[in-house]
Design a protein around this ligand. Sequence first.
Ligand code: SF4
Length: 397
Amino acid sequence: MKQNPGKIKLELYCKGIKIDDSCELAEDAQPIQRTRAGLGSGLEVILPAGLLANIPVTEEFVRDTPFLLVKRGGCYYILRNGETVCPVKLPRQPDWYRKKTPSGSLMSRVGVMQGTYLGVYPTKICSYWDDDPKRNCKFCSTGLNIGKYEQAEKSVEDVVETARAAKRESKITFVHFNAGYYGGDELLAVEPYVKAVKQETGLLVGVQVPPSKDLRQYDRLVASGVDHFSFCFELWNREKFAEVCPGKQDTLGQEVFYAAMKYTAGLMGVGKNSGEIIAGLEPLADTCRALNFITDVGCFPTVCVFRPLTGTDYEKTPSPKYEEMLKVFNHMYRVCRDKGIPTGIAPNVKVSIVVLPYEGRYFAEGWGLKDVWYSFKLALIRVVFRSYFRLKMLFKR
Ligand code: SF4
């Protein structure tokens, strides 16, 4: 039977995988490392059709998984209940992970590969983690990672050098900065990093920080080189939002996210920015409402499958049911297609920690004229944008 790599990726997110004794991950794989808010805390694999996935391995719910990773004859396979599902490749740790920046920081503690792009959490810990009592988002592990697994604060020079190395050796095209809440100064805090990376490398740059009430700051960041903003409002359901994200509820509220999404979509165009939500912590109908809203305002959706990370407030909360997540991703594909949202346009940006809309076709129910037209339009936009980007990079060696 033909396998559907999108559905395998989703099922692995929901159930995780055990590692058989035959595996030699220390030699063959990237280290399992907790970073940023925590979604990249698992094993990086390359599934059939080149889909990247970061699969939970260490969390408690993985005890009940039917999946097992085995090594046979020098190759890796995923088994489900003892039956082979598919072969997988394990991306090697990039050589630059072991290199040091001029100030002596290990580059792997400055930025990490999350799929084919570089992720950097450049500044100090999110202030919700410093509040007394703490007001951090209940699913988040940032406060457990920064300073322990990552450099506590990164200099602009260190980040630029790490981005240069990742561009040279891992052929990245995109650097993604994310940061927590700093009392309204988040965009200003990441601006020097954005400016320097853009100027020195020419790479595409994305920023994911809590939204600013001062919308003019977005104009400023776009002028500094931001190509993409993502807005993590996490949940549509108001009560759940207040319960799961107490800091965001007290200091911002959902409306500030919505206003920033509308503003930046108007400023930068349809499909440039994203609204990020977590599936598995609120009723499905609310998740679908969030997807409708995100695409109505001209953003593309990023849906994180809730992962109960060890050590977080929600470590005992069950991982979402695969069958329910299928419905969410089917809806995600449908709304993107019906509203003509451009997805997967940036060159060589494959993401391991979420199923992005460009992988939505794996969740289509059937394949009709609408799907063919949408797919044709996307292919055309990709060709134009990628040619333009490559041309620009020729002048930025
Ligand atoms: S805003 Fe929430 S998710 Fe983001 S770093 Fe702070 S606590 Fe974590």
